[in-house]
Ligand binder design. Structure first.
Ligand code: ZN
Length: 331
């Protein structure tokens, strides 16, 4: 077998060099030497779309003079040519791993893109790319369900359950907070509030619809295809990074989505719970705690923002406090 010529470069230097290699090992050995990249941990990918060259078959299929990027351990390359990436994706490569990787690279590129028009256009493309997004049942996409309990039959079911888990978590925290209170009167008032929360939560299906793409448009946070966009940090209107994800598309995306947060703009532990305590302690005679107000703060998107992990700011949400005027109802 003869040698094949390539153009190679490193991730941090666009200077290209020519090498000829007989096979993948030969390419790694020669390329690493030329580019002074350590062989250990080195990966090679296509410059245009970041696809890793990791099999003999793929190496053989590469056209001569392909431009390749040598990555040092831990380095990432997401491609530099939207057009070619999209074209490759639309041709729907058979290999699901490659498809997944291309999609992720494209998403990374979109995240870095600063023109809103381009982001919009690219997102439209991305949504039109064929993959397993449309598959909904376990039979249609068994890989997506790997590691999940047998009782789950559809993706929407799983996602709804995941939203419910978060809401139930907020309820448990509230319950725990109340049970730790010392003053018996305050405790009693808040226990009643808790008892009012319960049927409302049940009625609302513990807000599983937030993540269920089959839910009514007003109830869900995603598109009908299952795309979620990040709402941005608590003190901004939108996400500057254009974070987006479709957990319905693959098992990996489902896992990645679990790092997205429902962030309380008015914070649960720093603000809502202490405010509830305060309101109960100083409840005027003849008035009742406005439990619906606190319900909205704790469990609904009136106060919850869906955020990607880097938009989840952990510092105190200054300027976001409960509204004392809404603490009570009744005569
Ligand atoms: Zn974001």
């Amino acid at each position: 077998m003869g040698s094949k010529p390539f153009k190679i470069r490193s991730a941090d230097d666009s200077q290209k060099y020519g090498v000829a290699a007989q096979d993948l090992n030969d390419l790694i050995a020669k390329g690493c030497k030329v580019l002074k990249v350590p062989i250990k941990g080195c990966k090679i990918c296509l410059q245009q779309d970041g696809t890793l060259i990791n099999s003999r078959e793929f190496f053989q299929a590469l056209p001569p003079l392909s431009v390749l990027v040598f990555l040092r351990k831990g380095e990432k390359w997401t491609g530099d040519d939207y057009g070619k990436m999209i074209k490759t994706l639309l041709e729907a490569p058979e290999d699901p791993v490659r498809r997944q990787q291309l999609t992720e690279n494209l998403e990374d590129m979109i995240a870095k893109e600063s023109s809103p028009e381009r982001v919009h256009a690219l997102n439209l493309y991305l949504q039109s790319i064929p993959d397993n997004i449309d598959a909904e049942t376990r039979e249609e996409d068994p890989d997506w369900f790997e590691g999940l309990d047998k009782r789950y039959k559809t993706k929407s079911q799983v996602m709804a359950y995941s939203a419910q888990g978060r809401i139930r978590g907020y309820f448990s925290t509230t319950k725990e907070f109340i049970s730790n209170l010392e003053d018996p009167v305050t405790k009693l008032i808040l226990k009643r509030v808790l008892e009012s929360f319960r049927p409302r939560l049940k009625n609302n299906g513990y807000h599983g619809d937030y993540f269920r793409r089959t839910a009514k448009p007003k109830k869900r946070l995603c598109t009908q295809a299952g795309w979620f966009v990040c709402h941005g940090p608590y003190n901004t209107k939108t996400c500057q990074e254009k974070h987006m994800i479709n957990p319905y598309s693959s098992r990996q995306k489902r896992a990645a989505f679990s790092t997205w947060n429902l962030d309380h703009r008015i914070e649960k532990s720093r603000s809502i719970l202490p405010s509830m305590q305060q309101a109960a302690m100083s409840c005027p005679k003849g008035k009742q705690l406005n439990w619906e107000y606190f319900y909205e703060l704790l469990f609904t998107t009136d106060n919850l923002k869906l955020v990607e992990i880097s938009c989840h700011k952990k510092d105190a949400h200054k300027g976001y406090d409960c509204d004392e005027k809404k603490y009570y109802t009744g005569k």
